[in-house]
Design a protein around this ligand. Structure first.
Ligand code: GDP
Length: 666
């Protein structure tokens, strides 16, 4: 059999990624909110290598309003796509079917996969698959991507449709007479144009002309009058059709007038008055747990590295008569640097676990909803908040996720403010410094930094909106996904992806940076020297004066900041090497043992300057991975450079203000 390519299309949050993972055995991140998947993903079906699956970005329609809608439809009409599997959230037929009708019009064979049938059953609903299939004229099948129910049947149906694809007839949705005659006129005119390289059906192009689709009107230069009226009728008729289909197919009627328990919870969680305080409290709890529970494991891991791993390797190196510089490189440089970063893994796991749980239950989507309302009042789109919250994990996927924003200007704003959202890599810095300087108040100190980042992001968004990217606010209806029991599989998967990234980073970027830093701290042009005469100290000293007004103008902090542009964790590995020089960072930081790490840190920082330093790390230049992503997403080095510069300036100014105010108070 030849390769059969199946495109998965569907609304955001319909379960496409879950289905894709289950079909292909891949492990992509799944989240209970719209807009998580924005790039298309390829994979071969596990049980049948002749079927290739492509997961398209989630869309509500196929009009060229946003980038992912264009990606989806242009891909579907390509030659290589044989079959479209339209994944639907069966608990929400009305909304999902709008896309189905558009997919049918595109002209490729469509199979409807009614997903989340487990929930439909739980809700006591019954959907007639047969009626749905009859009315739409396409094959329909009920599945549950989460439990795996019906997936084999879906594959069988895919193969059957593929084998019969030559007999496939274009399904036509017919509209009222007036619209049909206009469609026919336009279809004929388009036919006469003999368009080159056109893969779209002419009837579809006619429909899109009526809908005033920017991409199609650009391609087809047919003078059309104002089709506004017909366009409205077209959408109206589609919805009418959907209404009839749903009415026929839903065998048990939903009780519309009854508040579900989800609605009751929403009344509290999205309440104007206490929605935001509840979110604040929740996040505070998350940080409290990160420190108090994650901290226990951090101590254990630290103890293990300091008391077992390090002495073990050290005595091994000694027994092998290793030359002293190599011993120092391995112990002080690599174990000091990489170990200094790895020991924060428990905190990272805790934070990510908590955020994943909040995402998967559907709570984070509520937070976006509350903030949306607040932000609309100052002219910003609420849709930008989902990427912002994703930024708590890592800013790279978060910036990619801004592709869901229809308006280019809003998207630029969302990209430029995203790095202010404190990513997981910055957490270790806060853990280390807040443990050393604010014992007992670590959670509140760290929490305040996250809030500060958020506030700066909002202020900057507001300024951008009024200056560089002025424009109308795009209307946006935030939809709330249902509350769901988080799936253990999804959560572990997501956690694993993030933990793996952290470990891989420790083993690559941080490893290399540690070796380099070890070298520049031990040598200068005349060979091996004391740390104070090293290259590293010279570089640090040259730049340090810039930071004197901020309270941390010493070369050690400066060098750490410079290196931190590689990856924010490098700030930690760097400090571990500089201050610890082989000492275990946390041990010294936590126990404050004489001659250890803490006394040196205490000389280098006061409480106020340590806080200013953390603020600077929160706000300054994004790491190289993020700079690269900004370049890729804005298609210009100009904006990547801009974000480096403006974040530096903001970090400096804010840290300065905080340091000065702090000095007055304390
Ligand atoms: P996508 O945005 O379309 O890729 O959707 P995801 O695959 O990220 O899924 C969205 C949410 O729906 C996640 O919380 C999934 O765990 C959940 N989900 C997906 N499929 C099913 C299903 O068949 N049953 C139930 N109950 N939940 C599902």
């Amino acid at each position: 059999m030849e390769m059969c390519t199946v495109a998965l299309a569907g609304n955001p949050n319909s379960g496409k990624t879950t289905l894709f993972n289950s079909l292909t055995g891949s492990r992509h991140s799944v989240g209970n909110w719209p807009g998580v998947t924005v790039e298309k993903k390829h994979g071969k079906v596990k049980v049948n290598k002749n079927i290739e699956v492509v997961d398209l970005p989630g869309t509500y329609s196929l009009t060229a309003y946003s980038m992912e809608e264009r990606i989806a439809r242009n891909y579907i009409v390509e030659d290589e796509v044989d079959i479209v599997v339209n994944v639907l959230d069966a608990t929400n037929l009305e909304r999902n079917l709008f896309l189905t009708l558009q997919l049918i019009e595109l002209g490729k064979p469509v199979i409807l996969a009614l997903n989340m049938m487990d929930e439909v059953e739980k809700n006591g609903e019954k959907i007639s698959i047969k009626k749905l299939s009859d009315e739409l004229g396409i094959p329909v099948i009920g599945i549950s991507a989460l439990t795996g129910d019906g997936i084999q049947n879906l594959l069988d149906l895919v193969l059957k449709t593929y084998n019969e694809k030559d007999e496939y007839n274009l399904k036509v949705l017919t509209y009222s007479e007036k619209i049909e005659s206009r469609i026919n006129e336009l279809t004929q005119e388009i036919g006469k144009l003999n368009l080159e390289n056109n893969r779209f059906p002419n009837r579809w192009l006619a429909l899109k002309l009526i809908e005033d689709d920017s991409e199609v009107t650009e391609k087809i230069k047919i003078q059309i009058e104002d089709e506004g009226f017909i366009e409205e009728k077209l959408v109206e008729e589609k919805y009418k059709k959907i209404g009839i289909i749903v009415k026929d197919a839903l065998e048990t009627k939903r009780k519309f007038n009854e508040f579900t328990s989800s609605d009751k919870i929403d009344k509290i969680l999205t309440n104007k008055l206490y929605g935001l305080p509840i979110f604040g409290l929740t996040m505070y709890m998350v940080f409290w747990l990160t420190f108090n529970i994650g901290g226990i494991f951090m101590d254990l891991l630290d103890g293990y590295i300091a008391n077992t791993v390090q002495p073990g390797i050290e005595s091994f190196l000694v027994s092998m008569n290793t030359v002293s510089w190599l011993q120092s490189l391995i112990i002080d440089g690599i174990i000091g640097g990489v170990g200094g970063v790895l020991m924060f893994l428990p905190n990272i796991i805790f934070l990510f676990l908590a955020i994943s749980l909040l995402e998967d239950t559907g709570y984070m989507a509520r937070v976006a909803f509350i903030l949306d309302k607040a932000m609309k009042t100052i002219g910003l789109t609420g849709k930008a908040f989902i990427p912002m919250i994703m930024g708590f994990g890592c800013n790279v996927p978060a910036i990619i996720a801004t592709r869901t924003l229809e308006n280019e200007k809003d998207r630029m704003i969302a990209i430029l403010i995203n790095p202010f959202m404190s990513c997981g890599a910055r957490l270790p810095v806060y853990v280390l410094l807040s443990t050393a300087f604010f014992p007992g108040n670590e959670a509140i100190v760290t929490f305040s930094l996250y809030i500060l980042g958020f506030i700066i992001a909002i202020i900057m968004a507001f300024i951008f909106k009024k200056t560089l990217f002025a424009g109308e606010a795009t209307p946006f209806i935030m939809e709330l996904p249902p509350y769901r029991m988080p799936s253990v599989k999804n959560i572990t998967l997501k956690l694993w992806i993030q933990v793996k990234d952290y470990i891989v980073k420790a083993g690559s970027v941080i490893f290399v940076a540690s070796v380099v830093v070890w070298f520049i701290l031990g040598y200068n042009f005349s060979g091996a020297v004391t740390i104070n005469e090293s290259f590293g100290a010279s570089i640090g000293k040259a730049v340090a004066p810039i930071f004197i007004p901020l309270g941390f103008g010493n070369w050690q902090a400066t060098l750490s900041l410079l290196a931190g542009v590689l990856a924010k964790e490098v700030v930690i590995s760097n400090m571990a090497i500089i201050y610890g020089l082989g000492e275990s960072v946390a041990e010294a930081a936590l126990e404050g043992s004489a001659g250890g790490f803490l006394p040196t840190l205490n000389l280098a920082f006061t409480q106020v300057s340590a806080y200013a330093f953390m603020v600077f790390i929160l706000l300054y230049t994004p790491c190289v991975a993020v700079i690269g992503t900004i370049k890729r997403e804005t298609k210009s080095w100009k904006w990547a450079g801009f974000s480096v510069m403006y974040q530096l300036v903001i970090a400096w100014v804010v840290a300065f203000i905080i340091y000065r105010i702090g000095m007055m108070i304390f």
